[in-house]
Design a binder for this molecule. Structure first.
Ligand code: FES
Ligand SMILES: [Fe+2]
Length: 360
């Protein structure tokens, strides 16, 4: 039957933001920009958990983050400008110094009382800018590790926005069961069982992968997480001397939508059998050639998860099977990043008993 509709019907899986989210906003550090986006003299506005955050850079390179509304009459400071180290409101040109204090009005009169901005905790790590957010306003009580990067070139960057919850990006790193069926890895084995320690976790896997131009190679992958928004994935293809690493940072922007940022680095070992200048030239040429290919490969790899993340729900309790990664211990670890009274999910008794480190 050939049906014709004047308006398209809704069909197919509903996006995750069509329903009430089952996980609340997490607490911690969240990426809101790449460092290279925050050019001195510019003002950026970025979404973070239902609010805007305004970012700018001081002359010495330091990043500042503030809430968006001017204490004077509420104009959005994201429309403002930077003069020297002062943030200037677009409405009446009140100026705010690096510590947030109102240093002058646009009329040459003294600043009114209680007219200072509140700076938000902000860090710049691994070529990205992170802002702290805690549901009860608590100050940062842990710091972001500066994960290693590779090579001498600036990272390749990508960013996406989709329905879903940022925890799924981090959970993906320990969901060892999905790498073969969804991403097409060869058979994988756990090289180092998962450990969960404070705000961090780490797991290593061995597998095989087909690399553009080079062919198939054994693959060694180490996945680390810190906080419930940031993952570092290091891969080594020992057969070709190629190493890559990528940082993934996921930030909730609305109750069931997030932004995902990826920064990727690559390094090709210098062949030891050749004289040093030739070896260096060869390694840099190969890195140049492979960087784009590997980056596109990384983007395509992570994009295979997007339809799943954008339509899935938080399954609790999950019905776990032999062959899954350490999903249960991960979820137990992840609870520390949420307000306990708003976490409507529960953890199975079998998982509650696995405090701290635990293998798959
Ligand atoms: S609203 Fe910002 S200076 Fe008036
Ligand atoms: Fe994945």
């Amino acid at each position: 039957m050939n049906l014709r509709y004047t308006r398209p019907l809704t069909e197919g899986p509903s996006p995750a933001d069509a329903h009430e989210p089952s996980l609340p906003y997490p607490d911690g550090w969240f990426a809101v920009a790449f460092s290279s986006e925050l050019v001195p003299g510019t003002v950026l506005t970025r979404p973070l958990q239902g609010e805007d955050v305004v970012l700018y850079r001081l002359r010495d390179g330091t990043v500042r983050a503030v809430r968006p509304y001017c204490p004077h009459l509420g104009a959005h400071l994201g429309l403002g400008s930077v003069e020297g180290d002062d943030l200037i409101c677009p409405f009446h040109r009140f100026a705010f110094g690096p510590d947030g204090s109102c240093v002058r009005t646009g009329y040459g009169t003294p600043p009114p009382p209680s007219s200072d901005l509140t700076p938000l905790p902000v860090r710049e790590v691994n070529d990205a800018v992170f802002v702290w957010r805690h549901h009860d306003g608590r100050a940062p009580d842990w710091e972001l590790p500066d994960w290693h990067t590779l090579g001498s070139r600036a990272p390749r960057l990508a960013a996406w926005e989709m329905a879903g919850h940022s925890q799924d990006v981090v959970e993906n790193a320990v969901d060892l069961g999905h790498f073969t069926p969804l991403h097409g890895w060869g058979e994988s084995e756990v090289a180092e069982p998962a450990t969960f320690d404070g705000r961090s976790f780490r797991v290593s896997v061995r597998s095989r992968e087909r690399v553009p131009l080079l062919g198939e190679s054994p693959l060694e992958v180490t996945l680390e997480g810190c906080g419930i928004s940031r993952v570092h994935v290091c891969t080594a293809l020992p057969r070709f001397g190629v190493r890559t690493c990528a940082m993934y940072a996921a930030t909730m922007i609305r109750p069931a939508a997030f932004q995902l940022r990826q920064a990727s680095w690559l390094d090709v070992a210098e062949p030891g059998s050749l004289p040093e200048p030739v070896a260096r030239w060869l390694s840099r040429s190969a890195a140049r050639l492979l960087a784009g290919l590997m980056f596109r490969g990384n983007c395509e790899f992570v994009a295979q998860d997007f339809p799943v993340w954008a339509t899935k729900r938080y399954q609790s309790p999950p019905r776990l099977a032999r062959g899954d990664g350490p999903i249960g211990p991960f979820r137990h670890w992840a609870r520390q990043f949420y307000p306990a009274d708003r976490l409507r999910t529960h953890v199975p008794a079998s998982v509650r008993s696995t405090e701290g480190s635990r293998a798959t």
